[in-house]
Design a protein around this ligand. Structure first.
Ligand SMILES: Cc1ncc(COP(=O)(O)O)c(C=O)c1O
Length: 454
């Protein structure tokens, strides 16, 4: 990533990344011709890998018919078909789909829909939202207020709504106490949520928002058994909605189309994005229960929200084809089987690694967490920027993965997230783990630490 000049505001304002000029299944091609193995689909986006011919064809067929029509005047064939595909069978009671351009927009829509639902059902006092520390729900101001990542929130704190409060995440590696059983941990977290409802006044809470498997900010953290059932019970008891953010962990990433299917519960409102369109078009969606939408239909008759690019025909056409491929090619079976392989290989390579404290995940959604000391779980000094060094070392060796910092509390802690495309082979997984192993050890060496077994 050398210094170049560019008028594009890149993520780093000091460095211009190389241009990606091509893609081919599991591989990305850089401007210098080098091929990079995509082990994370960017940020868990490219679930079908790159340049899938069926998706490209679906986009071009739609583009040749109609690229855009404003939703204030028209619906479109791809939007209707995609909604039918996603919620025609009313999974978990979700019956309607609202199509937006990405994850943050989906979260904004979810927050506003929950609020409008209570305004129109005679409970306007419900104006509070409870979420969890260390969660990520997006970077627009509403989504950032819902999120619980300290670092991302800090500069914008004066602008963030006070309507959001945060409870402890279901993050066993850091939050479960010594000697505490998993059931006791769940009971403690449920007790904390109940106490938060009581503190706010139970009838002032509109919704609880959570990622079923926490992605970018904590590194593939599934909840302990029974957690979501306990949370869902508390919300129902108090008449609050449950909003599940499956923007990163949904659409098959964890081995079931929806991550909540593995928790024995269903949300009132769900957000999806990344794996919905697989990166072929920018698209996200909010899915909502019939009860919520029927209430508003019988009230004001319209969701008081909207964007110019709602239900964009090209985006919907791409997402529909991505979802059809996932179904027709039985890719969820592949995610489950390959996920076990990835878990096995990560455990072989890092299970006894001196500086890997935890290996966790589900399906094809796995992370390793780096620690300075395995016994105390003490993280590395964030000033060492270990996660960024791993990213650079991996990229150098032709591997794109998704390392991040702030794993523990938004400031310290390092993890590497893997989210390979569902079309990966066992050989691809082996190559990912092998290259990652070298990158981790090289990065540790660069900060004066040894890799190898504990
Ligand atoms: C769980 C979760 N919610 C929301 C978002 C925000 O999505 P977007 O970046 O598409 O706005 C993300 C993005 O990483 C996410 O992982």
């Amino acid at each position: 990533m050398g210094l170049r000049t560019s008028r594009v505001m890149h993520r780093s304002l000091r460095e211009t990344p190389p241009k990606a000029v091509g893609g081919d299944g599991m591989w990305l091609v850089s401007e210098d011709g080098s091929r990079v193995l995509d082990a994370s689909g960017g940020a868990a986006v490219s679930c079908l890998g790159h340049q899938h011919p069926r998706v490209l064809d679906a986009i071009s067929r739609q583009a040749s018919k109609l690229a855009y029509a404003h939703t204030g005047f028209f619906s479109s064939e791809p939007a209707e078909a995609l909604a039918e595909h996603l919620v025609g069978h009313e999974p978990g009671g979700l019956a309607y789909a609202y199509f937006v351009s990405g994850g943050s927009e989906a979260i904004e829509a979810a927050i506003k829909l929950a609020r409008q639902y209570f305004v129109e059902s005679g409970q306007p006092q419900r104006q509070r939202f409870i979420a969890r520390r260390q969660s990520y729900h997006g970077n627009t101001l509403g989504a950032l207020a819902a999120g619980g990542n300290a670092w991302r929130r800090e500069p914008y704190a004066p602008l963030l709504s006070q309507a959001f409060s945060h409870v402890t995440p279901a993050f066993a590696y850091h939050e479960m106490r010594d000697g505490e059983s998993e059931a006791d941990f769940v009971a403690r977290l449920a007790g904390e949520l109940e106490a938060e409802f009581q503190r706010l006044g139970p009838d002032t809470v509109a919704a609880f928002i959570a990622e079923p498997v926490v992605g970018a900010t904590a590194g593939c953290v599934p909840a302990p058994e029974g957690y979501f059932r306990a949370i869902s019970d508390i919300c129902s008891r108090h008449g609050a909605l449950l909003i599940l953010d499956e923007i990163m962990c949904g659409m098959g990433r964890t081995g079931t189309l929806h991550a909540w299917e593995q928790e024995g519960i269903a949300p009132d409102i769900q957000t999806i994005a990344k794996g919905l369109g697989g990166g072929y078009q920018p698209i996200g969606a909010m899915l909502a229960s019939a009860d919520i939408i029927d209430t508003i239909r019988q009230g004001s008759g319209a969701f008081q929200h909207g964007h110019t690019y709602l239900a964009h025909p090209l985006a919907c056409a791409a997402a529909l084809e991505v979802q059809r491929i996932i179904g027709e090619e039985r890719l969820l079976d592949q995610v489950k089987a390959l996920g076990h392989h990835l878990e096995r290989r990560l455990t072989e390579r890092f299970g006894n690694h001196r500086h890997v404290g935890d290996i966790r995940g589900r399906g094809l959604f796995w992370a390793i967490e780096l620690v300075a000391d395995r016994a105390s779980r003490e993280p590395f000094d964030p000033a060492l920027k270990l996660n960024q060094k791993i990213k650079a070392a991996a990229f150098e060796s032709g591997l794109a993965c998704y390392p991040a910092g702030g794993t523990v509390d938004g400031r310290s802690g390092d993890h590497v997230l893997l989210a390979p495309p569902y079309i990966a082979t066992a050989d691809d997984i082996d190559m990912i783990v092998d290259r990652l192993g070298h990158a981790v050890d090289d990065a540790l060496k660069s900060i004066g630490h040894q890799g190898g077994t504990a």
